[in-house]
Design a protein. Structure first.
Ligand code: C2O
Ligand code: CU
Ligand code: CU
Length: 485
């Protein structure tokens, strides 16, 4: 970042100038929702009249919004559920003017982007009526599927559940060239919600413990849409923007070819039968439609564990805490893919080069333990025995160092742990070496499991956070502050 842009950011974002709300234009919602046709998220308009700069306007507000074939009062970005797609290019500067039209503080987090934590600042509050400009260079190597959402500690779960989430796609050179760029590309934001009297359902005490899952499980705000591609090969970009729901995806009659994880493209397509996507995670797959017909994208049962805070809540087994019971009935359909009579393209064989991190070079190898415990009078989850405190620094690192974390989950349910700013590689899960190299920023630690990750603390010093992306857990204290100096 140049000094100029850094100063702009400090002035505009850091100090959070309380500009009067001029009533940023609210986009009419052009995208039809809830119809059978597949709705792509609307594109956030970008002004690129200054070379190398992309300027956009975003606002958060309560709006009456089309969702799943009806309308509801939701918290939205620019009036749509999910929020509009921010589609930017590696290397350009994004200047995003963000206005909070709600009566409560909020802010923006750019989940998945390796940018300065003083800009992507989870401690910043954008107060009611304020406008803040978030400005940063879209980093080289960040091509992939990411997202934005609020990050005010204590309010994330309610704001996210009520609709505040939007996708980011970063375009990179690797895709523009090669066979990949010619493949039809669809973005699928997986987000669930429960509506009560046309508004998002309130959290219950149980929701705060196990994470809130919605009864409507939507793809781009639509229930079970039909995706009818023209060609025989499609690229599907999945984003799990749900508070707590896990997706175990499988497409009838077709293998999936995994081509990207949170951090973008992997080395070569990996054939998989199913894809587990924890909250916050992204993945991209290619599908070869070898015969004409309709095929359902299913959400298979996945047991993400029980409350297990004290090990004495076994009686609640079956009441919740799992996306679906292990023995449970038919897997719900998320979407139907209508395959045309077209020949699939040959899959690309080489995608991206990913460096192999050497854990022997780690400056620090640390144990991170997830446990259940009591905070004040309510049960919650802890990281290294502690609940979040905004004045305490929990984990430190030296700029430029490689750290290895061994994260052990001593609770009875899975926790999808997420680190801001610094992408990492998974070394092993429960002692099993990771089968391929990939950059991630969310890693699911299964109940009772242990995962080793390697994190290069590159480019930016500052304070950021590490937390569970079951956002109810995050709000209730399952978050640590990380400081790199
Ligand atoms: Cu997607 Cu700290 O979050
Ligand atoms: Cu994040
Ligand atoms: Cu958790």
């Amino acid at each position: 970042m140049t000094d100029l842009t850094r100063r702009d950011v400090l002035t505009l974002a850091g100090l959070a100038i309380g500009a009067a709300c001029a009533g940023a234009p609210r986009r009419a919602n052009a995208a039809m929702r809830g119809a059978a046709a597949f709705p792509s998220p609307p594109l956030l308009p970008l002004d690129r009249s200054i070379p190398g700069v992309a300027i956009a306007e975003l606002s958060a507000a309560w709006t009456t919004t089309p969702i799943a074939g009806r309308t509801a009062r939701l918290r939205t970005y620019n009036g749509t559920f999910p929020g509009p797609l921010l589609r930017v290019r590696e290397g350009e500067v994004l200047r995003l003017r963000f206005t909070n039209h709600m009566a409560e503080p909020t802010n923006l987090h750019f989940h998945g982007l390796h940018i300065d934590p003083s800009v992507d600042n989870p401690f910043l509050s954008v107060d009611p009526g304020q406008t803040c400009t978030y400005e940063f260079p879209v980093p080289a190597g960040s091509a992939g599927t990411h997202w934005y959402h609020p990050h005010i500690h204590g309010s994330v779960a309610e704001q996210l559940f009520a609709g505040l989430a939007g996708p980011i796609v970063v375009e990179g050179p690797l895709e523009a060239s090669s066979r990949l760029g010619r493949i039809e590309d669809y973005l699928l934001v997986l987000k669930d919600i429960t509506l009560v009297n046309g508004a998002p359902a309130a959290h219950t005490a149980m929701d705060w413990m196990i994470g809130k899952e919605g009864t409507l499980v939507l793809v781009n705000g639509a229930a079970q849409p039909v995706l009818a591609p023209r060609g025989g090969t499609v690229r599907l970009r999945f984003l799990n923007a749900s508070n707590a729901r896990y997706y175990r995806l499988s497409l009838e009659g077709h293998p999936l070819y995994l081509i990207a994880t949170d951090g973008g493209l992997i080395r070569s397509p990996q054939a998989i039968d199913e894809l587990l996507l924890a909250p916050g995670e992204r993945a991209e797959v290619l599908v070869q439609l070898t015969r004409e017909g309709s095929f359902r994208l299913l959400n298979l049962p996945y047991n993400r564990g029980m409350i297990g805070i004290m090990g004495r809540m076994g009686a609640m087994r079956g009441m919740g805490g799992m996306t679906f019971s292990r023995t449970g009935g038919a897997a719900p359909t998320l979407l139907t893919l209508r395959a045309p009579a077209a020949r699939p393209l040959r899959l690309p064989s080489a995608l991206a080069l990913i460096e192999r991190l050497n854990p022997e070079r780690a400056a620090v190898t640390r144990a991170v333990v997830l446990s259940g415990g009591m905070k004040m009078k309510s049960a919650g989850f802890l990281i290294n025995g502690r609940s979040y405190d905004h004045e305490r620094i929990d984990l430190v690192g030296g700029l430029g160092d490689l750290q290895v974390w061994e994260i052990r989950n001593r609770t009875g349910m899975d926790h999808p742990m997420h680190l801001h700013t610094y992408p990492f590689q998974v070394l092993s899960r429960n002692g099993v070496p990771e089968p391929f190299l990939a950059w991630r920023d969310v890693i699911n630690i299964a109940a009772g499991g242990v995962v080793r990750i390697a994190i290069p603390l590159r480019d930016f010093a500052g304070k950021t956070v590490f937390h569970c992306h079951i956002v109810e857990h995050e709000d209730r204290g399952m978050m640590s502050i990380v400081e790199v100096t």
